[in-house]
Design a protein around this ligand. Sequence first.
Ligand code: OXD
Ligand code: MN
Length: 586
Amino acid sequence: MPSKLEALNQWVEQIAAHTAAASIYWCDGSEVERERLTALMLETGDLHALNPETHPDCYLHRSHPSDVARVEHLTFVCTAEREDAGPNNHWMAPAEARAKMHALFEGCMRGRILYVVPYCMGPIDSPLSRCGVEITDSPYVAVNMGLMTRMGAAALARIESEGHFVKGLHSIGELDPERRFIMHFPESLEIQSYGSGYGGNALLGKKCHALRIASHQARGEGWLAEHMLILGIQTPRGDTHYVAAAFPSACGKTNLAMLIPPEGYLRAGWKITTVGDDIAWMQPGPDGRLYAINPEAGFFGVAPGTSASTNPNALAMLNRRAIFTNTGVTADNQPWWEGLPGMPSKDWQGRDFDPVNGPAAHPNSRFTVSAKQCPSHSPEAESQAGVPISAIIFGGRRASLVPLVMEAEDWSHGVLMGASMASETTAAATGAVGVVRRDPMAMKPFCGYHFADYFGHWLSFGQRGLKLPRVFNVNWFRKGADGKFLWPGFGENMRVLEWIIARCEGRAEAEATPVGTLPRLQDLHLDGLGIEAAALDQLLAVESGAWETELGEVAAFLRELGPRVPSELHVELERRRSALRERAAA
Ligand code: OXD
Ligand code: MN
């Protein structure tokens, strides 16, 4: 038997029999294995080799055109009690979900190899890490899991010594949107996903395990599993502060995590290092601070818009040993997407590029690459203890209202800020794009339990006598009357990070408003930015009337979540609303 853990062997045997898999292959995570699976996929057409001179060891995968994004409407949290999944999740009774999935999986791997993919989310020797095993019939998933997690022999050894693991079962099935479901059973630490080969639906370590299952587990165990990047900010004095930031999908988390400071900052000695770009697991350490690990080992980033001006670090890590999914290609077979120089020759579906068919790269086309290839990769990403978090940042894509940056008064206010987050939807999920929806802590698609209980869990950290991070809210996406962005974003976001760090160090001035504490113009370093004074005023304006409307909507949103919403959150919100009314009346 390939594993020393009888329960694992039995589960694999049972799934192999039920799915009628042709054979079983246990992944060891070795380089030889990656080469073998890659060769196999080149033969079957699952992968296409890219230009070996410009992009050695890089491949293109074209997914089924109906399988290009996460499918929130087909994603379920199957808790015994419907209420425990909350109105923020689709719910199905566990027995019904199991029966449905049992029927779908029956015989679905006939003629296919069943891959057993043992993985560890987080550094292999960290007590904060957690392990899982994904069974899949997709070699593309196996190879991507090899880049995105600590996958293979070392993970299996940890699983064998711990004796438990998250069970993930995946089949691409027939790739039929009518026969597609992503089911989570948080109470028994199981995931079953059928009918999709797309990242978030199929790479089960990522959204399914590290967010939906882990958030549920974290609540029971007193930690946090969050949709957050983690970056290190080294100041000219040589101290490094770590910051965790939550933004909804496709709102620039990868760009912020890999930010290169403007020239003047570099000269002064500022430096940004990248610990993670999508997920943070945070736990109080012995000194009472929150310590974070990035459970992932790679990046599954959105390709379009990634360019030499927006994210040079990402571009530098993508010229070798990477997988591209649904990008276009140039005539000399380099991966291509909107935002890159040059011209596409073929679009993401492999057709000759014709603008009447839309963009060459699918708006949610992706790259998969090992985090170690990123020039700003932090060695601390391997730290067993994690990194201490000085600030938590929430942010959304809001064309109006929300200022460039503001700070919460205290932890409860910070939780309210996170709970009130809203953002315009993007192409990362199937559905309408550009509609403003409430997305608390950027966890709307990923929280594995009732949002009201989740807010209560966040608030409970405020009662544990911890040295908690300061909490901020940012908005890089505010637009002027002409529809253009008011703030240049990308590297210039360093100016906002500098103020945030100065606040953490107790060095920066600010002005309190009912919705948060804002820098005044003179508190930000804006030299050389070339933004008009009127635009800057607008970026830092808090308009009482519009905020009253906004907080009224937040109140309605919290009411919709029902009686489980902690009263502390309602009280916090009402305090802000009455302060706004007083301010307007003054
Ligand atoms: C992602 C997402 O893929 O949030 O990270 O959709
Ligand atoms: Mn994400």
